[in-house]
Design a protein around this ligand. Structure first.
Ligand code: AMP
Length: 659
């Protein structure tokens, strides 16, 4: 028998038809799949027509030198013009682009498309005056304030690729990114508000600049937004205040149009290991992909919807689904600076109620945190404006999906579970809300124009009911073009596993259910091998989360003399479950056995108060594996909260955790 690629353990029979009203008026209907399949390039060319081009392309796709793609060859456009000016020119200057909500209560700003145009033009003029030219890189290290959006668009407007570094990253992380992309200017602020306090940003830039300088690279200018008013160190030869140079700049700026393949931005992603990779996205294809998917998957009705994506601007989700997709579509959106629990739990629901949010996009990690706290909190608010919910970042466990659907979506709003990556630039696999009967936990089908599949070790498509590797078989417009400065690493990382077939390998495991719908099963690096069965993390975690006392779970494979590896689980209980009772561990082991079978029954279950997560909310299983195998915990630099590992270890040694 050949080794199974990845076991298919769980079954899920629930599914939810699209609401009739939504289906009747949906932006995209079933026919899109049929139309796109025979001629994907024609389908993408049709989507590219959504944008304003200064010059149309001569050729849709140049794939003569795979895996280096060129889309809309010969076309010229400006991303900022598409996101801002054209809406003003169409008479929508008075329309709200951003309802910005600061973390301190009553600290809000309303920014129309006309306001945004003025701000972007001023910032573009200011950057030009600082010596930034087309092709120069600009780093952005800002909190979630409107200037972050303005700064990105101003860079795009003058053709200077930006690299946004998440404001929670350390000065070392910033320094390595500055040096890698040789950023000429850094845009930052004195600080931002987080969890009720002003936290400084400028000192990290000062350190990063000094560090980069030691390594032989000098940043020319630091442009500083005043947000908190806190004290900052100042170097007159480098530092300039935003209010000095941007506010006084002219609001007139004639934009230049750039080649469709002009670099738009570099986004660093650390992945699971190693040196961060600078993922390069270019202009025409990326904007086509983000604008189409934002319109199709959220069924955006720009005149009536209020959209809110809770991601930080420092992640790709913030780039594609706060800045480029929604603004290209002329959407009205909410942007929030702070955390969900500031000043108290329920802040997000308050914002939805206050602004009548209709489309809401967040991550499973947030949903599970709210599940842990209990439904009493969201139940206090009127969430009836919501008509569609989205999820991104990890698989959404079926139980978290059901909670999201019932408690937040009032059993009305369909859920779109969107699979994509920094590298893919835009959503790839997702339900279409007016077409797909969504299944809790499944990202369902590749979007029209996308050819993705689940394949085995040798690249053969697996039959329905089986698991394997998720691949993308044909190029797509928003795909990464390379890793900044490292074509070889680009080829090795993404295109070598299935080189013969020419498939892009995403690093994720997945399965096709009996209907051929796709379920993401976690990173293949995290797969466990138990008695010769290759088990994914997602299915066992979902089985644990389906127990009424469990809010969140992470499983890892730990070395085992008998079975090769054994399943070890780390579990956070819901607040309502108290300590779970004396038999909680046995109860949960039996539950997993009942849900998916004896093979997946955890050898060990540890009840913990927190799980180690990256700053974008993904569980760092590698660290849990160190604990499960009684090793010293490895590199924790990408951990969001470094005290978590101490909390877990203390919990374990004080006897709260059980074997
Ligand atoms: P990032 O590039 O940081 O956005 O992370 C991309 C990775 O997140 C993917 O390779 C998946 O492992 C995971 N991911 C994102 N969205 C989903 C989803 N809807 N379902 C399952 N996994 C997801």
């Amino acid at each position: 028998m050949s080794e199974e690629t990845l076991s298919n353990l769980s079954r899920e029979d629930r599914s939810f038809e699209p609401p009739a009203e939504l289906a009747a008026h949906a932006n995209v209907k079933e026919e899109a799949y049929e139309r796109a399949a025979p001629d994907r390039e024609a389908y993408w060319a049709e989507q590219a027509e959504r944008l304003d081009w200064d010059r149309k392309w001569d050729r849709v796709l140049d794939w003569d030198n795979p895996p280096f793609a060129k889309w809309f060859v010969g076309g010229r456009l400006n991303a900022a013009y598409n996101c801002v000016d054209r809406h003003v020119e169409a008479g929508n200057g008075g329309k709200v682009a951003l309802h910005w909500v600061g973390e301190p209560l009553d600290d809000t700003r309303t920014i129309t498309y006309a306001d945004l145009q003025d701000e972007v033009c001023k910032a573009a003029n200011a950057l030009t005056a600082l010596g930034v030219e087309s092709g120069d890189r600009v780093a952005i290290y800002l909190p979630m304030i409107p200037e972050a959006v303005v700064a990105m668009l101003a860079c795009a407007r003058i053709g200077a690729p930006h690299t946004v570094v998440f404001g929670g990253f350390s000065s070392d992380a910033l320094a390595s990114r500055l040096a890698d992309c040789q950023a000429k200017v850094v845009i930052t602020s004195d600080g931002g508000y987080r969890r009720g306090a002003a936290s400084a940003l400028k000192p990290a830039v000062d350190h990063a600049r000094a560090k980069a300088s030691e390594d032989g690279f000098d940043v020319e200018h630091v442009l500083v937004v005043r947000r908190t008013g806190q004290e900052v160190d100042w170097d007159d030869s480098v530092d300039v205040w935003w209010h000095d140079v941007v506010d006084s700049a002219s609001a007139e700026h004639a934009c230049e149009f750039f080649d469709a393949e002009h670099p738009l931005y570099v986004m660093y992603t650390s992945g699971t290991t190693g040196k961060p990779k600078g993922i390069l996205h270019t202009t025409g294809g990326y904007l086509t992909g983000t604008s189409f998917t934002h319109w199709a998957v959220f069924d955006l009705k720009p005149d009536t919807d209020v959209y809110w994506c809770t991601a930080d601007i420092g992640w790709v989700t913030g780039h594609s689904y706060i800045v480029y997709g929604p603004l290209a579509n002329g959407a009205t959106q909410v942007m929030y600076e702070g955390t969900p629990d500031a000043p108290e739990k329920g802040r997000w629901w308050q914002i939805i109620q206050d602004y009548g949010v209709t489309l809401f996009y967040t991550a499973p990690t947030a949903i599970r945190t709210f599940m842990k706290q209990g439904r009493e909190i969201p139940d206090k608010f009127d969430l009836s404006s919501l008509r569609l919910l989205g999820s991104v970042g990890e698989s959404i466990n079926p139980e978290a999906y059901m909670w999201y659907r019932e408690v937040i979506g009032g059993e009305r709003a369909p859920i779109v579970d969107t699979w994509w990556q920094t590298e893919t630039g835009a959503m790839m696999i997702s339900p279409l809300p007016g077409v797909t009967a969504g299944k809790p936990g499944s990202a369902m089908r590749p979007l029209p124009g996308i050819e993705a599949d689940v394949v085995d070790e040798v690249g053969e498509s697996v039959p329905n009911g089986s698991g394997g590797y998720l691949v993308v078989k044909r190029p797509w417009p928003a795909m990464l073009r390379t890793i900044w400065g490292d074509d070889e690493r680009f080829v090795d990382t993404y295109w070598s596993r299935f080189r013969k077939q020419g498939y892009y390998f995403a690093g994720d495991g997945a399965k096709k259910d009996d209907d051929g719908d796709i379920w993401l099963l976690g990173r293949v690096d995290d797969v466990m091998n138990v008695s010769g069965h290759r088990l994914s993390t997602t299915e066992i975690e979902s089985a644990l989360v389906s127990h009424p006392k469990v809010a969140e779970a992470a499983v890892v494979g730990a070395a085992d003399d008998t079975t090769g590896q054994a399943v070890c689980a780390f579990v956070i209980l819901r607040d309502s479950a108290g300590d779970g009772g004396a038999d909680i561990v046995e109860e949960l082991r039996r539950h997993v056995q009942k849900e998916i079978g004896a093979i997946a029954k955890p050898r060990q279950i540890m009840i913990v108060p927190e799980l180690p997560k990256t700053r974008s909310g993904k569980i760092m299983r590698r660290l849990l594996k160190d604990i499960a195998e009684h090793r010293e915990v490895g590199d924790v630099t990408t951990l969001a909260d470094s005290s978590v590992m101490t909390l877990i270890s203390e919990g374990l040694s004080s006897g709260k955790a059980e074997d």
